[in-house]
Ligand binder design. Structure first.
Ligand SMILES: [Ca+2]
Ligand SMILES: [Ca+2]
Ligand SMILES: [Ca+2]
Ligand SMILES: [Ca+2]
Length: 350
């Protein structure tokens, strides 16, 4: 594509009909700002949330403010229809591999748009070193339609006219990724869109292949591949794998927890030990090691040392329970630990 900021290709007439949601299209536009659109080109540089309020019909591999005015040969946007056999075969095998019910699918047509090493609008000299390389591949057999987003390098998310930083290309309103039919009801937004998380696309995937996202796009809803994620699950300690749409979860036994049931449950986190009792983690529960002053399963009972030792203080003394021991409250006539010693007063009275 020629050097430009917010422009788009001429109308690309397709040699097949490409079905997107419930509509058939035979013309598309490749837009500088990371979109493939139907019906019209799009020059909007700040992404809108999907479904949004507009009527844009778009595939959005990375809708953000791309600017290829100043990169000479260091960046470009390429797009072409291809029925080249090696590409058709690769498209066929990817669809068959990732969509379990598409084992008989044979692609007949592909369209490839590549944003190669593109910088963002408003980049400073430092900002110009931040580049993105991503690709949008349309695949059909004339009946079913698929789109692949490939992310090779994502180093910025936002142009400066969308609130981004001129050095980092971050912050502001980051890129929107997904699909929109422009009717406020048919759309799909890749998780993290318009947040800083979208910088991480090269590490993410809906098919466990970092940087790759596949979608079936000819139904009423965009359909990511429903892979059996449990095939190589990492659930440990007898945890049960539960397959989901984008990942699996581990259902742990009562003994373990953690995302992969990797942690022995620490029952002391909810310790019921009282009065400075020490919690000891066990397999099914915790136990409390009590200080000498208390007893009970949870150290909840103060020990009555008078009762414990069956104390009777001599000479009319009264046993008084304390924290760590008992003491005898003696009458005036006696003293000693158990009031066993007569005092002078005792003698006097005696
Ligand atoms: Ca732009
Ligand atoms: Ca699944
Ligand atoms: Ca434990
Ligand atoms: Ca006591």
């Amino acid at each position: 594509m020629h050097a430009n900021d917010d422009e788009y290709s001429s109308a690309q007439n397709l040699s097949v009909v490409f079905k997107f949601f419930h509509a058939n299209f035979s013309t598309l536009y490749v837009n500088t700002n990371g979109l493939v659109s139907f019906l019209s080109g799009v020059s909007t540089y700040t992404s809108e949330p999907f479904p949004g309020i507009g009527s844009l019909i778009v595939l959005a591999p990375f809708w953000a403010d791309v600017d290829i005015r100043y990169c000479n040969s260091s960046c470009n946007i390429w797009y072409r229809e291809s029925d080249d056999l090696s590409i058709i075969n690769k498209a066929t095998s990817e669809i068959q591999q990732y969509f379990p019910d598409m084992e008989h699918f044979i692609a007949s047509w592909t369209y490839i748009a590549t944003w190669y090493n593109v910088p963002f609008y408003g980049a400073s000299a430092v900002g110009l070193t931040k580049r993105n390389t991503f690709q949008c591949v349309l695949i059909t057999n004339g009946l079913y339609a698929f789109v692949i987003f490939n992310y090779n390098k994502i180093e910025w998310t936002t142009g400066t006219a969308s609130g981004g930083n001129s050095d980092t290309g971050l912050d502001g309103t980051p890129a929107q990724v997904g699909f929109n039919m422009g009717d406020q009801s048919h759309y799909y937004s890749v998780e993290g869109s318009r947040t800083s998380d979208i910088l991480n696309l090269t590490n993410l995937s809906n098919v466990k292949y970092p940087g790759k996202f596949l979608f079936r796009v000819d139904l009423e809803e965009i359909e990511p591949p429903d892979i059996d994620w449990c095939i190589d699950s990492n659930c440990q300690n007898g945890g049960t794998c539960v397959d989901g749409h984008f990942d699996y979860t581990c259902l742990c036994t009562v003994l373990h927890n953690g995302s992969y049931c990797e942690s022995d449950i620490d029952w002391c986190i909810d310790s019921k030990c009282q009065n400075d009792g020490t919690c000891i983690d066990g397999l099914f529960d915790h136990t409390c090691l009590c200080p000498v002053s208390h007893t009970g399963v949870y150290c909840e009972s103060d020990i009555d040392f008078c009762e414990l030792h069956d104390i009777s203080c001599g000479n009319g003394g009264t046993c008084v329970d304390g924290l760590f021991d008992y003491s005898c409250a003696c009458p005036l006539t006696h003293t000693g630990y158990h009031c066993e010693t007569g005092t002078a007063k005792d003698k006097l009275l005696g």
